[in-house]
Design a protein around this ligand. Structure first.
Ligand code: SAH
Length: 341
């Protein structure tokens, strides 16, 4: 088996080069070649002697994800389907913002998801087929950028899967995105999102990770959240809020709560009041996302309903992020990954 060099940390690369009798600065050159210069084969490393390149070809490899499908939305969003290990597929989404300053790539961390949130297509329509490896997480960004011919400004771990269930690979990828010899993206430009897996959040706090962090809250009532999100049975809302407070205190920064607005389920005055009360107890921002699917007979809220709900929250002065959820016509919006088209 050839050694996969994409996705190794700089430290691991140094060990690799030392083991084959090469100076450790080769690791820096290699890391930079892969992520900064975007080399895709050993032949690109003309800064290495030919003998070393030949040796690397024999014992190591630089794998890449195979593009299966690409569809572009009217709003500029592009959804990519990549095949992984022959029979598995994942999706990644390129999301340019209207003013063209922000270009976000939304990436997957697992093939499918084990959590089956009632409103999310990935969890309800797809079988779970395993964790992605670090290189498979990173390559989504490298490939998408190569295909669209532009560099992203932001990366969000909000595609398929639960990042906290693939913690090591996800964090390793995030550090390579952040590293100055890697993609060199600011830590605040990288957002990791969880459905509320407390063990992972604790780990993130303990390691003092520098990245943006979001929790998908989705219901402000401890008696009802578990009906939407199975994960609440294991990690109940009240415990989740406690760990969110610990996050903001220990790391000294805000946490984001994502809230999928589902009419007749988690909207209306009563829920807005509860959401505000809860949000005031944590140093947070709220990201309100209109439901994008019609699973369970639910429907997308109307513009008026969305505005009304937003107003109720705004009155409380809890900060709200106005994120669009573009790409609906290509099933590339939040919670739609796995719906064909
Ligand atoms: N498992 C992680 C990462 C996926 S993020 C998490 O849950 O945070 C996907 C985001 O899209 C989550 O905030 C989720 O609440 C939201 N989402 C899921 N299904 C949706 C839908 N049908 N409409 C709108 N947003 C949805």
């Amino acid at each position: 088996m050839k050694k996969i060099l994409k996705g190794l940390s700089l430290y691991e690369l140094k060990k690799f080069f030392e083991n084959i009798g090469e100076p450790s600065y080769r690791a820096e050159q290699f890391f930079q070649g892969l992520y900064k210069k975007r080399y895709t084969s050993f032949d690109n490393f003309t800064n290495f002697p030919k003998t070393l390149r030949d040796k690397l070809k024999e014992i190591a490899e630089i794998p890449y994800l195979k593009l299966k499908k690409k569809i572009q939305s009217k709003d500029g969003t592009v959804k990519f389907t990549f095949s992984v290990d022959q029979d598995k597929e994942i999706e990644s989404v390129w999301i340019p913002s209207g003013d063209l300053e922000r270009k976000t790539i939304c990436i997957s961390s697992q093939v499918g998801c084990t959590l089956s949130c009632a409103f999310c297509a990935t969890g309800t329509l797809l079988d779970f087929k395993g964790n992605l490896k670090t290189w498979q997480i990173i390559d989504q960004v490298l490939q998408v950028e190569e295909i669209v011919g532009e560099r992203c400004t932001n990366i969000v771990f909000m595609g398929m899967g639960e990042p906290m269930h693939n913690y090591l690979a996800v964090l390793k990828a995030a550090h390579i995105f952040h590293h100055h010899l890697g993609l060199g993206l600011g830590a605040k430009k990288i957002t990791i999102s969880t459905a509320g897996v407390i063990s992972g959040i604790e780990r993130f706090i303990q390691n003092k990770e520098p990245f943006n962090f979001a929790i998908s809250l989705n219901h402000p009532n401890p008696n009802f959240r578990a009906q939407l999100m199975n994960v609440d049975k294991k990690y109940p809302l009240m415990d989740l809020l406690k760990v969110a407070r610990k996050f903001t205190k220990t790391l000294g920064r805000k946490i984001t709560f994502e809230y999928v607005m589902i009419p007749e389920v988690n909207m209306g005055k009563e829920n807005a009041k509860r959401l505000v009360k809860l949000a005031r107890s944590v140093n947070c921002k709220i990201n309100l996302i209109p439901l994008n699917t019609d699973l369970n007979g639910w429907r997308r809220p109307t513009e008026v309903e969305v505005e009304e709900f937003k107003e109720l929250i705004k009155e409380s002065h809890v900060p709200i992020i106005n994120r669009r959820s573009p790409g609906k016509d290509i099933h590339g919006a939040c919670g739609m990954l796995a719906l064909r088209g």
